[in-house]
Design a protein. Structure first.
Length: 297
């Protein structure tokens, strides 16, 4: 019962944290380019994690390091750049909405690559949730016709990475502590990020003396400390407490938080989109309604 309550606590807190991340990315892009933001985010978050959990690296075995490294690249490195690029053209709330694609990809990546069983309710819940996300995207396009939705493809690619990451943690890293996974992830991706960072132009006078440099840097630091470090450890623990599909159900709630922040920042949102958000919540309920699992053939 305690584990059951804990997983819902993690789900709600992560929804708030990650739902806020999209507006922080948007604000960070006021002073940085997508490449500057992505590389700075990795380096700063990595430093935070090393400070609080460096000793946990000793608990990762040689066999597990391969999966920790893969997890780091597909679950952190590439998505951080992809979301930054996406939000140069689409609203933060739209990026949050598109992130709802993760559970669908998680279900099928788990089935095809890891032979993880699933229930009929989970499948129906994912479909209903995606239907709600589809409504949100469709209605959002009508409200914001000038946005370049080709950039939404960056978010879709990132969601596939998140799906693979959730399945790797559940299938290959179940015995590794959440802190060790998080620190190991960034130990693996820090070197390429440190190579990219100086070549991104972030230290140029044009950037450091820019109008939004310090405010954007502040948003990135908050994003790293809370949205990446704390949330990453919590997510890894959530996956271990529940299932890969349940853990990424957080992406059903993220759009609601993302839309809230978007409204405060002047982004448009309609009553039809509110209805679509309720459909997403129905998907969360169905995903977590217990029923006899069907084994993958």
């Amino acid at each position: 019962m305690k584990a059951q309550n804990n997983k819902w606590f993690y789900l709600i807190v992560l929804s708030i944290i990650w739902g806020t991340s999209y507006i922080l990315i948007k604000k960070g892009l006021e002073g940085f380019t997508a490449i500057q933001l992505g590389s700075a985010r990795i380096v700063i978050a990595g430093l935070f994690l090393f400070l609080i959990g460096f000793k946990s690296l000793k608990t990762i075995s040689k066999k597990e390091w391969k999966w920790v490294t893969i997890s780091g690249f597909i679950g952190s490195f590439f998505p951080m750049f992809l979301f930054a690029f996406a939000e140069t053209e689409i609203d933060s709330s739209i990026a949050a909405i598109l992130n709802s694609l993760v559970p669908l990809f998680t279900l099928f990546v788990g089935l095809l690559a890891f032979s993880i069983s699933f229930t009929r309710n989970q499948l129906i819940g994912v479909i209903v949730g995606l239907l709600g996300a589809g409504f949100l995207i469709f209605f959002g396009k009508g409200v914001n016709p000038n946005q370049n939705y080709w950039y939404a493809g960056f978010v879709i690619i990132a969601t596939i990475g998140y799906a693979g990451n959730a399945n790797i943690i559940k299938s290959k890293l179940q015995n590794v502590s959440p802190m060790a996974i998080a620190v190991g992830n960034f130990a693996s991706i820090m070197i390429p990020a440190l190579i990219v960072l100086p070549f991104s132009g972030i230290f140029s006078t044009e950037v450091t003396t820019g109008e939004f440099f310090w405010s954007s840097l502040g948003y990135v630091v908050i994003l790293c400390a809370v949205g990446t470090c704390i949330a990453k450890v919590m997510f890894n623990r959530l996956v271990q407490l529940s299932s890969a599909v349940f853990s990424v159900s957080v992406t059903y709630l993220i759009p609601i938080v993302g839309i809230f922040w978007g409204l405060l920042d002047g982004e448009k949102f309609s009553l039809k989109q509110f209805f679509a958000a309720l459909v997403i919540l129905l998907g969360v309920y169905l995903v977590n309604k217990k029923k006899t699992p069907q084994k993958a053939s």
